[in-house]
Design a protein around this ligand. Structure first.
Ligand code: SF4
Length: 294
């Protein structure tokens, strides 16, 4: 039997959730202001009705049942939902997918900070075990310019509070987010933020200026200039060289990147830097522009 669910609009998920069942419990992003992001611009944010979401889960359970080991709750900052939605969603997910071992979602720092420690603990106990948090940059000026909606300190606090209840976090940085003007500050401060958030997973994406976004207008007015490819790789080199997470699985496998690499930080730092240096000196071919994606 074919599974047909009422997904609305384009669905986005991290590359590492390619094998997850996507549950669109919210539509859009409650923030929807980051100047580079066009993922949910056409959607006005709403939390789906709970009975609709649970019906999607039950329907998926009947067809996919024991095949599903991971659930990714969409869209852009699903952690914003209150517990009166989260708890039945997590309980039902475990009921209908008996082999479920991981539930994850995108989260803004504010989504974490708006919840009490008890609420976060309940979410963890019910099975929400991984948050994808994308500060994009650790540079306060860059965070302000891209309208990220969270400060350096708030991201660190969110990471600490998630860790305190036993959740894992995946931190996402955005190469190029500071433009040429803040490239150095962006890279150095992002390395510090990765150290301070101390994630289990760390991914770097590369900024593309998307038509129709505020960033495109900033670029047209000369208020933002994207660093060239070598400068973007240079940012990545700085971040890898300077970040000091305890033990993070590092990946640049997102389609936006020019150089897909990975390893564990700090364990594989030297070998990752060797690959980056080889790419910077032209010894390793980069992903061609036409094959990059958002
Ligand atoms: S929080 Fe995420 S989904 Fe929302 S506007 Fe920013 S980048 Fe886009």
């Amino acid at each position: 039997m074919r599974l047909s669910l009422p997904y609305e609009g384009q669905i986005y998920r991290p590359p590492s959730e390619a094998d997850a069942f996507i549950l669109q419990a919210t539509v859009g992003c409650s923030h929807n202001l980051c100047v580079y992001c066009d993922m949910y611009r056409s959607k006005s944010f709403r939390v789906r009705k709970l009975d609709e979401t649970l019906a999607m889960l039950r329907k998926a359970g009947k067809i996919l049942g024991s095949q599903v080991e991971k659930v990714f709750v969409a869209d852009g900052d699903a952690l914003v939902m209150d517990l009166d939605h989260w708890v039945p969603i997590l309980e039902t997910a475990h009921e209908v997918f008996p082999r479920l071992r991981r539930v994850s979602c995108y989260a803004m720092a504010s989504n974490v900070l708006e919840k009490t420690d008890e609420e976060l603990q309940t979410l963890r106990d019910k099975g929400l075990s991984l948050l994808y948090i994308g500060p994009e940059s650790g540079d306060p000026e860059t965070l302000r310019r891209i309208v990220k909606g969270g400060t350096y300190e708030e991201h660190v606090e969110a990471a600490q509070r998630a860790h305190a209840v036993g959740m894992e976090i995946s931190v996402i940085a955005l190469l190029g987010a500071g433009g040429i003007a803040r490239s150095t500050e962006h890279a150095e401060a992002t390395a510090r933020l990765v150290t301070d958030m101390d994630p289990e997973y760390f991914a770097a994406l590369t900024l593309t200026v998307v038509p129709g976004t505020p960033m495109e207008r900033m670029e047209a007015k000369g208020k933002f200039e994207l660093p060239d490819i070598l400068a973007l790789l240079g940012e990545l080199r700085t971040i890898v060289a300077e970040a000091r997470p305890t033990n993070a699985l590092f990946r640049t496998n997102h389609a936006s990147n020019y150089l897909p690499i990975g390893g564990r930080l700090p364990r594989d730092r030297d070998s990752i830097l060797e690959v980056l240096d080889a790419a910077l000196s032209g010894e390793i071919p980069l992903r061609p522009e036409w094959s990059r994606g958002l």
